[in-house]
Design a protein around this ligand. Structure first.
Ligand code: C5P
Length: 250
């Protein structure tokens, strides 16, 4: 069966309404300077330069005074909506925005964290190429030995058991689902008061099994100060590599 998505173009919902408390800085982490541009601008550069990404639905807090300084501010393909208190609420608002303002309901869309600026086109291609009708997400197989603690609230934590790492994957974004399916799943999860930290978990609660598409460790989420140092170093490396390749061609 040929993959019907191979030539399609996609909307991507980008949740960017977090406060980034774990970064311990005064501004939201998406507005940190990453090699000369806002972190969020680097993420949007990567998404909007992909030939199969047509539009972005960007979830921001209501009083986001930094966004107007973005190089993507007021770009016709970037559509802003208001985020919610939790990431899953922001994504839900984004899906409602797509349905109401752009009649996007029955097609596949992607969701990608603003805080993952190092996503590559090859990873997006791999996700698009996946043809599971339920959907798919980028993820990386665990390489360390994985322990489960007895409790989430104990300090120091104590080991309950060791999980079989051959079955453990660390979820990333982008994740790709049919807009309506994801909205239904997120609504179901919120009626049950379930904590949802990615899109796939909402579908899983409905008994669905999305595909895991192997991603790259470089597509990590900038969460802690150490992640930001790593992202900056990698971004500088990629930019100088691109410059060198360009000069070699000329
Ligand atoms: O907080 P965390 O790092 O898990 O956030 C992942 C992504 O979700 C970030 O891009 C953040 O801006 C976004 N987010 C959101 N709305 C929230 C919380 C987080 O859009 N209420």
């Amino acid at each position: 069966m040929s993959n019907k998505l191979i030539d399609k173009s996609f909307w991507v919902i980008v949740p960017a309404a977090g406060s980034g408390k774990r970064m311990q800085i005064s501004r939201p982490k998406q507005y940190l300077d990453l090699a000369g541009k806002y972190l969020i601008d680097r993420t949007l550069d990567q998404l909007l330069s992909h030939p199969q990404i047509s539009n972005i639905a960007l979830g921001l807090t209501e009083h986001d005074y930094y966004w107007r300084e973005s190089c993507w501010y007021e770009h016709p393909n970037v559509h802003v909506f208001h985020g919610g208190d939790e990431r899953s609420e922001t994504v839900k608002n984004g899906l409602e925005f797509l349905a109401q303002q752009h009649q996007i309901q029955h097609e596949f869309i992607m969701v990608h964290d603003a805080a993952r600026p190092l996503i590559s086109h090859a990873e997006i291609d791999a996700l698009i190429a996946n043809d599971n009708p339920i959907g798919a997400l980028l993820a990386i197989p665990a390489k360390d030995t994985v322990k489960q603690s007895i409790s989430a609230n104990e300090s120091p934590a104590r080991v309950l058991t060791t999980l079989d790492r051959q079955q453990i994957w660390l979820a990333q974004t982008p994740q790709k689902f049919v807009a309506n399916d994801l909205l239904l799943a997120l609504n179901y999860a919120s009626t049950k008061n379930m904590t949802i930290t990615d899109e796939s978990s909402a579908l899983e609660m409905m008994g669905k099994h999305p595909d895991l598409v192997v991603g790259q460790p470089s597509n990590f989420k900038v969460t802690l100060p150490f992640d930001f140092i790593m992202a900056n170093a990698l971004m500088q490396y990629q930019l100088s590599d691109q410059r060198n390749k360009k000069q070699t061609k000329e």
